[in-house]
Design a protein around this ligand. Structure first.
Ligand code: RAM
Length: 341
């Protein structure tokens, strides 16, 4: 009896190891496309990666989505190395640094992996093209105009950004400064007193907001061009009963900001659909890995439900693909959007 059981168990083990092997082999056969975000714990990043996964699966491939604990280039380099070993077909990255990722990304390119950046660009030498959420100049200028409007034309304003190395935030800040400099008489009484960095970490963004309040008690507006920063600033303004005195604007997720738009801490803010940024990236990444997208200005490709896109010249000398215009969220429409993203 014991012997029969032993034989049956062995047969079962042999059969199951065969099926495990078969499954592993099938999995190995499906092309993998990877996305690396800045860091974990950011709902914006989760939505972007969700859109990427949807777009990759829809095309019949496997998606790998990764993000380090901390928003650093070093941590992303480790992930790039691992993905090279996994023999992925493409890597799309929301860069934690514009230049520092270049050696690792070039190594991946040398292994035949298609490299794109999305949301936060890496330099043109490290990418085929960049998937940009919206026109950077328009974002920067619009945010200063919003702060001017909320401050009533005069007073201290500050910026609460992500990391000091984030190329998307840095580009938007550059445009904010240009908007101020180019319209010096309009903004003569508006003073940009500080740029603080909350590193897209919730607690650091809260403490940086508190530090701003301490240094500038008459601060009228905080512009946070980061979903993590704007939500942290909204929290601080609400908890300290500063609604109406200190206003918050910038780029925020409707799901995280609804509370602060409804209570008046944030009169209005802007964003695009992060799910669509990821989805568009998925279509560009697959086309690039198949050699159908070379990243040359004027090329066209289809992103399924989002329609057709054209590669255009980017301001940094490389190329990019623009998702579209950002959307304004305020008291009138936030209820409708807070469940969408
Ligand atoms: C944060 C990230 C992301 C940026 C948005 C607006 O979630 O910094 O890169 O695009 O904000």
């Amino acid at each position: 009896m014991k012997k029969t059981i032993l034989i049956l168990v062995s047969i079962f083990l042999i059969l199951s190891s065969f099926s495990i092997f078969a499954a592993a082999e099938a999995e190995g056969g499906v092309e993998k496309h990877a996305f690396i975000f800045k860091n974990t714990g950011n709902p914006y990043g989760d939505k972007q990666m969700q859109g990427f996964e949807d777009g990759i699966k829809e095309q019949g491939f496997e998606a790998i989505t990764r993000a380090p604990d901390q928003p650093t280039a070093e941590a992303q380099i480790q992930i790039i190395e691992q993905l090279i070993n996994q023999r992925v077909a493409s890597i799309s990255i929301t860069g934690n640094d514009y230049d520092a990722l270049e050696p690792a990304l070039k190594k991946a390119m040398g292994e035949g992996i298609a490299i794109l950046s999305a949301d936060s660009a890496v330099n043109p030498a490290s990418r085929i093209t960049h998937i940009n959420q919206a026109d950077s100049e328009m974002i920067g200028r619009t945010l200063i105009q919003a702060a001017y409007d909320m401050a009533g034309g005069s007073g201290d304003i500050a910026i609460l950004s992500a990391t000091s190395q984030a190329s998307n935030q840095n580009l938007w800040i550059e445009w904010m400064k240009k908007e101020l400099a180019e319209n010096a008489s309009k903004y003569a009484n508006l003073k940009l007193v500080r740029i603080a960095y909350g590193d897209d970490l919730r607690d650091k963004s809260v403490s940086e907001t508190e530090a701003l309040l301490q240094s500038f008690p008459n601060l009228k507006v905080i512009i946070a061009p980061t979903t993590v920063g704007i939500a942290a600033a909204g929290r601080v303004v609400t908890d300290r009963n500063l609604i109406g005195k200190l206003k918050v604007t910038g780029l925020g997720l409707p799901s995280e900001m609804a509370e602060y738009i409804e209570n008046g801490a944030c009169p209005y803010m802007f964003l695009w659909n992060p799910i669509d940024v990821g989805y568009l990236t998925a279509y560009a990444a697959v086309a690039a890995s198949e050699g159908k997208l070379k990243g040359t200005a004027g090329e066209k490709f289809s992103a399924s439900r989002l329609g057709e896109f054209t590669v255009v010249k980017a301001s940094d000398g490389g190329t990019e693909v623009l998702l579209g215009a950002p959307f304004k969220f305020d008291k009138a429409n936030i209820a409708e959007w807070k469940t969408v993203y």
